[in-house]
Design a protein around this ligand. Structure first.
Ligand code: MN3
Length: 198
């Protein structure tokens, strides 16, 4: 894999006022970059030609927490940056729209479930909108710490980082305030639609 920090898909101040430049500079420049540095160190003596997804799945199976935590956090963060857009969209993809309708009844109900999942996740973690191939439906789920739906059969469509470092500088303990801003002003539905499996 390439150990270069993937570029952000927007400028550092593009998500203001929901997420400040200060938060983004810290979150991307320190936290995301830090996981990448740790991963490279943890893989010092291993084959570095594997993809990030292969590293995640292998370290998960081998219960190698040092590698898994860093690798999954690198992947989760890149996925999170793309889950947001400086120019927020509405769901326009017909398949995504009908899946939302069939799975939740409405977009508002989906957002309520995402909010409940994001605010209900105890401690650090992630809230996810996923596609479940088994029942061909969308689901909302959360994971703890570095855990990621990539280790299951669920297909991630978008994610909300609910580690305190994602919102503490802007919202302090008000995680629901951060989640409301994310849900109302930042979601990149085009990205979610593009992640739907064929
Ligand atoms: Mn984070």
């Amino acid at each position: 894999m390439d150990f270069t920090l993937p570029e952000l898909p927007y400028a550092m101040d593009a998500l203001e006022p929901v997420i400040s430049r200060r938060t983004l500079e810290h979150h991307y420049g320190k936290h995301h970059a830090g996981y990448l540095t740790k991963l490279e160190a943890a893989l010092a003596n291993e084959d570095k030609s594997k993809s990030l997804e292969e590293i995640i799945s292998q370290s998960y199976q081998q219960q190698n927490a040092a590698v898994f935590n860093s690798a999954a956090q690198v992947w989760n963060h890149t996925f999170y940056w793309h889950s947001m857009s400086a120019k927020p969209t509405e769901p326009s993809d017909e398949r995504l729209k009908s899946l939302i309708e069939a799975s939740f009844g409405s977009l508002d109900t989906l957002k309520e479930k995402l909010k409940a999942s994001a605010t209900g996740q105890f401690g650090s973690g992630w809230a996810w909108l996923v596609y479940s191939p088994g029942d061909k439906a969308l689901k909302v789920t959360s994971t703890s710490d570095a855990e990621t739906p990539l280790t299951s059969d669920l297909v991630p469509l978008l994610t909300i980082d609910v580690w305190e470092h994602a919102y503490y500088l802007d919202y302090q303990q008000d995680r629901p305030g951060y989640v409301d801003g994310f849900l109302d002003k930042l979601i990149n539905w085009d990205f979610a639609a593009a992640n739907l499996p064929a």
